[in-house]
Write a protein that binds this ligand. Sequence first.
Ligand code: MG
Length: 229
Amino acid sequence: MIHHTIIPDTLKAVFFDMDGVLYDSMTNHAQTWVESFQAAGISFPAYDAYLNEGRTGPSTIEVAFEKYAHRPATEADIQKIYDHKTELMQSAPTPGIMPGMQNVVQQTMAAGFRVIVVTGSKQPSLISRLKKDFNIEDENVVSGFDVKKGKPDPEPYLMALKKANCEAGEALVIENAPLGVEASCGAGITTIAVNTGILEAEILSRAGAGMVLSGTQELADNWKSLIRQ
Ligand code: MG
């Protein structure tokens, strides 16, 4: 049973993460990370790709080097692995839309709430689909191109609050990654996590999510009543 008590009474805007929330793109990210690290002689488990989801590419490589190569990544390491990953992503299968999410976004807009996408991604292949798939205009996107620090820093969500011209207490975030939840909670925004990856649900609660759902279909099934439509 879903409790509605965490949703702000004065809700004005809903911020959606992109990978793993709007698009089923995390398996591509995980596989291309594993493969590009492997080519550099580092065994980076898929689990860690999910654990670090939301970080910028260079930050993910730095974290992986400290943990698995026991040395800092050089600029050359970062460039080589990130370029390889980008190349692999270009030939990865086209990700589908997450179950129920077109309805969720449509209902949110119909209810008069501002919708903003907040992603660390710089992938034009997905960002450019937002208009066609979700009717989300470019001006309502905060992407990896806009931020300096990125998740888990609250920066991207603070930018979204500014864009929506609302206070943290008037917004709601839908996230799937622990570092994304950390970023939104750091910005003071109530966050619902959808556990669409391979991590344990407790990791998302521990990051600060007010509610953890088993997936986007569960969110879609309850969305209208959640936003009191
Ligand atoms: Mg995500």
